[in-house]
Design a protein around this ligand. Structure first.
Ligand code: ADP
Ligand code: MG
Ligand code: ZN
Length: 522
């Protein structure tokens, strides 16, 4: 009795979630995949270029410059809206969000306030505690700010410089309702959202380089209480792992504060990945007045049905639908489907290999992709912060490629993978040797048949050829033979192993085993 009470107290101490329910909402900014900026013709391809080399009067905010709407950016938001099952109003408006900061040349950001391009969507995904469905409040379009670079100049003085290359890059902001309840759910939401955005080509959405910026709003409330507690906004997480860790930390910090009778402040906190802790950035007690008003330099934007239909028609299969099809039509396990769909390269390889040989069992191809392929890809990609089960497109192959054999040269040819699985299926090579062939192909892209021939891995399935080897082993191992005769059938495994050794793994083990059993009447 006493022991029981003690352990309950320990649990309460260990996890704040015993006493409190966490309430989490996510705001996410993603850079849209466009050739030019949101309101000017400057190229967005400036990653390797010097600072301030991609600017013009519009994105420098010079007086008199006028914005022109980037159609592709709008279409990416509309596609996202369709993918989230969100409502799209007949027309939307642009608004000025006014504030002063050195990275904002105009003194305002063109954004959307009360008429966003889309609202009321939904995203569903799996977590370790089952399926979760999150309501999406809105997704709207705005422009990115410039980038401040803090450094020490040649005189040892600390200076801040402004790089306007990023100024005016199209950003989509996606906001959820406060529907999430655990740090894991929040991470999974972010991963699923990234996958969706990459699938529809709206964004490359790399957290590591700021193409996708996840901000989590976290509050606690005692179980059973309806009213929300004071929320804290956490930012600066640059991997999915950090999203989960930062929220986990924040939940514990808030629980400890509430337990200690402290009043929580509504504030913005940053995540320090090295310390594994959040820190105060600024108070939010008095919310800033952005003095929103309609952008006078841009007309309202109309979204007619024909335009939306065109976008819908171009939309690829979405991750959720793909997972469902893999399970229902191809007979994959839910786990395999999730792992495959979580990695665009894996998905492409799987689909293209099946296309190359339609008679192959999908399950076998899936095993190769989720097993050997992802293992080798992970090794090749190094120890990066890789999202999701199986990870994102860490080979940097990125969008575009149709059959996975386009310019990016993925390390595995779908045709060769199909050939390899075919050889195993037909018993032409053993499963173990096939892994060796795959590894070699992964490293060199040599053809599977050539590798099999060079390494002499073709499986010997010819019974008369195997009988000779079986006879030799029988003669050389009287003790094992006696064991089998005495009913110790495990010794068949030993004998089979001897034949495998003698044929350097080329013998068809199943046939060899059958021959031994026939000979020894086992
Ligand atoms: P702001 O733009 O000032 O950050 P919003 O009202 O737009 O504020 O909310 C931003 C995010 O915070 C949304 O994702 C919302 O779901 C979430 N949120 C609102 N209230 C809470 C709360 N009490 N606890 C956790 N998240 C919250
Ligand atoms: Mg916010
Ligand atoms: Zn420009």
């Amino acid at each position: 009795m006493v022991a029981c009470e003690t352990s309950l107290m320990n649990v309460a101490e260990a996890s704040p979630l015993v006493k409190y329910e966490a309430v989490i909402g996510i705001e996410c900014h993603v850079q849209l995949r466009t050739a030019s900026k949101m309101f000017c013709p400057c190229s967005t391809d400036f990653q390797d270029d010097p600072p301030n080399s991609h600017t013009c009067p519009v994105c420098l905010g010079l007086p008199g410059a006028l914005p022109v709407i980037n159609r592709v950016a709008v279409e990416h938001v509309l596609a996202t809206a369709l993918a989230l099952g969100a409502e799209i109003p007949e027309y939307t408006r642009w608004d000025r969000k006014n504030y002063f900061y050195p990275d904002l040349p105009k003194g305002y950001q063109i954004s959307q306030y009360d008429l966003p391009l889309s609202a009321r969507g939904r995203l569903e995904f799996d977590t370790s505690d089952g399926q979760v469905s999150v309501a999406i409040t809105r997704a709207h379009l705005e422009e990115d700010t410039a980038r401040l670079v803090h450094e020490v100049d040649s005189n040892g003085k600390r200076v801040s410089r402004v790089d306007f290359n990023r100024s005016g890059v199209p950003l989509m902001e996606i906001v959820t309702e406060p529907d999430l309840r655990t740090a894991e759910q929040a991470r999974r939401y972010a991963e699923e959202l990234r996958m969706l955005l990459m699938t529809i080509g709206a964004s490359d959405a790399e957290l590591e380089n700021g193409q996708m910026r996840v901000e989590a709003n976290v509050s606690l409330r005692p179980w059973g209480q309806e009213a929300f507690g004071t929320r804290v906004e956490v930012k600066n997480m640059n991997s999915f792992r950090s999203v989960e860790r930062a929220i986990g930390f924040e939940i514990e910090r808030q629980a400890r504060a509430i337990d200690a009778g402290e009043r929580l402040l509504q504030e913005t906190r940053g995540w320090d990945d090295d310390r594994g802790a959040t820190y105060t950035m600024r108070s939010k007690e008095y919310s800033q007045d952005y003095r929103y008003f309609p952008e006078p330099d841009l007309p309202p934007l109309r979204t007619d049905d024909a335009w939306l239909e065109g976008i819908r028609a171009r939309m690829p299969e979405l991750p959720a639908a793909r997972r469902r099809r893999y399970v229902e039509e191809l007979g994959l396990s839910a786990y395999d489907a999730a792992v495959l769909v979580a990695d665009l390269d894996a998905t492409r390889l799987f689909e293209a290999a099946l296309t190359a040989d339609e008679a192959l069992p999908a399950k076998r191809v899936a095993n190769w992709v989720t097993g050997e392929y992802l293992r080798l890809a992970k090794v090749a990609g190094g120890e990066g912060t890789v999202p999701g089960p199986g990870g994102g497109d860490r080979n940097g192959i990125g969008g575009g490629g149709g059959d996975g054999e386009a310019a990016g040269q993925p390390p595995v040819s779908p045709r060769e993978l199909a050939r390899l699985v075919r050889l195993v299926e037909d018993g032409a090579i053993s499963g173990t040797n096939a892994k060796q062939v795959f590894e070699r192909h992964f490293a060199t892209r040599e053809g599977v048949d050539a590798i099999v021939a060079e390494l002499g891995l073709r499986q010997i399935s010819d019974v008369s050829a195997l009988e000779a080897a079986v006879d030799e082993v029988l003669e050389a191992n009287p003790a094992a033979v006696a064991d089998v005769r005495a009913g110790k059938t495990q010794a068949v495994g030993f004998l089979t192993g001897q034949v495998m050794k003698a044929t350097r793994g080329q013998a068809n083990a199943a046939i060899v085993q059958r021959l031994f059993r026939d000979r020894l009447g086992a």
